[in-house]
Write a protein that binds this ligand. Structure first.
Ligand SMILES: NC(=O)C1=CN([C@@H]2O[C@H](COP(=O)(O)OP(=O)(O)OC[C@H]3O[C@@H](n4cnc5c(N)ncnc54)[C@H](OP(=O)(O)O)[C@@H]3O)[C@@H](O)[C@H]2O)C=CC1
Ligand SMILES: O=C1O[C@H](COP(=O)(O)O)[C@@H](O)[C@H](O)[C@H]1O
Length: 499
């Protein structure tokens, strides 16, 4: 693979959690694989006063204690910059020029906004005013972390703000689900094989299911989460992006605009859920205290930073339709939640029944329809469930698994999502980043639900004991079936095992 061009990566908010937990380890992995440009530097920029060495120590907390890590840390530098202080951008510019000279770096820049969203606009503005946002000769890119707004209006405003100072093709909105190897594999599964795509439509598919379950609760993020909830935090972005990949038409080429155009079309085809239909199509829940494996577990309202009367949802399940030629009449069911029994994200394609039942299937659980399960995480892979004859007399039928695990591929290391996405941005490839119009379309779809929940206090927030699969009423969304419960067989650490 070709190395990206020489550049400096400036991380705003570099003293924070994301930088040390995700960004620096991802950069280190790229460094170890020789994918970092020869002349390169990371310049951390936030208000905290730190020397280069102090930043190296703080940012390197999640790096191994070895010589590779020591060599990598020499690429890290720090400048104390307040995002709102105009004068600090002169300091930033001087420091960039100094690094360019001393390290022989080409003045290409990536600015990573790893701060709270409240300062995104002011950073973009101040960069532009110092002449750092555009260049004829060199690249200037802006990576923006989620959340991209908290509702439709604020998302539209954020786009207006960013696009006042950068062009759309300079803005990289990161949705780390798109950086997951198994999400990208969805494109290859669908469009790199002759056998799936002919069946990938309303004629053969009965329903589609997407689950993203987490066994963790809100941990230390109660303050943020209580103003967000599962709909904003996971469904509006990660889950709908997965739906985009499952439902899109084949792109003309595997290039950013071609793929992103198809995803936007899917979002534009989502049948709106009207405010008065929310109870019928959407179920929200909140975890309550319980006992898991003999240990007492806190309910959401007892978590630090959470209002003790909070009605914020930690679980959401939804039924919806995509009104287009391919998917007319096929229900999609999606759900996500915290403190569920396992950490598992998967897409399940439920194929239709055979038109005529020749074999006796009475009493054979799970033999109802064929399923293609795309396991996003953990144990990334693809599973096909289909029927076979049980050996012996007669024609007894049972469901069996054809199961591919990425872990079976010799010497394959799955890159982390941030590693993949950072490398893509360094190479100027925005395919796996969200485009502004797609983000707004996704907000358009969820906005009536947010409105209904805000203005109609009669819509229930169902409690579910931590460690269960969410409120029972979420089962009722699926009329003639049930969610796939992937982990009847939980391993000791609560992760997923296929039966
Ligand atoms: N952490 C995670 O796992 C994830 C984070 N994100 C998003 O990434 C971004 C960064 O996340 P994270 O590192 O957790 O965030 P933090 O809350 O840790 O903030 C990062 C840094 O931003 C600076 N900062 C905080 N408040 C302000 C402010 N009002 N004005 C200017 N600077 C401020 C602080 O540095 P200083 O005080 O030194 O200026 C802080 O260290 C956020 O937008 C978050 O939503 C997205 C997905 C996951
Ligand atoms: O963006 C977010 O994602 C994580 C889940 O990410 P995963 O890669 O572990 O599936 C979620 O915990 C967090 O609340 C949300 O902000």
């Amino acid at each position: 693979m070709k190395k990206p061009k020489s550049h400096i990566l400036v991380i705003f908010g570099a003293s924070g959690d994301l930088t040390k937990r995700k960004l620096v380890p991802a950069l280190f992995d790229l460094f170890r694989q020789g994918l970092i440009p020869e002349n390169f530097a990371v310049l951390g920029a936030s208000r905290t006063r730190l020397s280069d060495d102090e930043f190296r120590e703080k940012a390197g907390e999640f790096l191994p204690a070895d010589q590779d890590a020591e060599n990598f840390k020499k690429l890290l530098f720090y400048e104390s910059v307040s995002p709102t202080e105009q004068l600090d951008y002169k300091k930033l510019k001087d420091r960039l020029e100094d690094l360019e000279k001393k390290k022989n770096i080409t003045p290409n820049y990536i600015f990573y906004l790893s701060t709270p969203p409240s300062v995104y606009e002011i950073i973009a503005k101040n960069l532009a005013e110092k002449g750092l946002s555009k260049s004829e000769k060199y690249f200037r890119r802006l990576i923006v972390e989620k959340p991209f707004g908290t509702d439709l209006k604020s998302a539209q405003q954020l786009n207006i703000d960013l696009l006042s100072f950068f062009n759309e093709n300079q803005v990289y909105r990161i949705d780390h689900y798109l950086g997951k190897e198994s999400v990208q594999n969805m494109l290859v599964t669908r469009f790199g094989n002759g056998i799936f795509e002919p069946l990938w439509n309303r004629n053969f598919i009965e329903r589609v299911e997407v689950t993203s379950a987490e066994s963790l609760g809100v941990e230390s993020r109660g303050g943020y989460y209580d103003h967000s909830g599962a709909l904003r935090d996971m469904l509006q972005n990660h889950l709908l992006q997965l739906v985009g990949f499952v439902a899109m038409e084949p792109p003309v080429v595997i290039e950013a605009d071609a793929i992103r155009n198809e995803i936007v079309k899917v979002f534009q085809s989502l049948r709106p859920i009207k405010e008065n239909q929310v109870c019928e199509f959407v179920i929200r829940g909140q975890y309550t205290s319980s006992t898991i494996k003999g240990e007492k577990v806190k309910g959401y309202r007892e978590e630090p930073g959470v209002d003790q009367n909070s009605r914020t949802e930690t679980f959401v399940a939804m039924k919806f339709f995509i009104d287009n030629w391919r998917w007319g009449g096929v229900p999609f069911f999606i759900r996500t939640g915290k403190k569920l029994p396992a950490r598992v994200t998967e897409v399940v394609i439920h194929f239709k029944q055979v038109p005529h039942h020749l074999f006796n299937q009475v009493g054979i659980p799970g033999a109802e329809n064929n399923q293609l399960v795309i396991r996003i995480q953990p144990d990334e892979g693809v599973l096909l469930k289909f029927r076979m004859k049980t050996p012996g007399a007669g024609f007894q039928v049972q469901t069996v698994n054809m199961d591919f695990h990425y872990s079976d591929m010799a010497e394959v290391r799955l890159p982390s999502a941030y590693e993949r996405l950072l490398l893509d941005c360094m190479q100027g490839d925005a395919t796996l980043y969200s485009r502004g119009d797609a983000v707004e379309e996704a907000w358009k779809f969820v906005q009536p639900i947010l409105n209904a929940w805000e203005f109609n206090p009669d819509i229930p927030v169902f409690g579910y004991p931590a460690g269960t699969w969410g409120p029972e009423s979420s089962d009722k969304l699926i009329n003639n079936g049930q969610w796939r419960y992937p982990c009847k067989n939980l391993s000791n650490d609560g992760t997923y095992c296929e039966l």
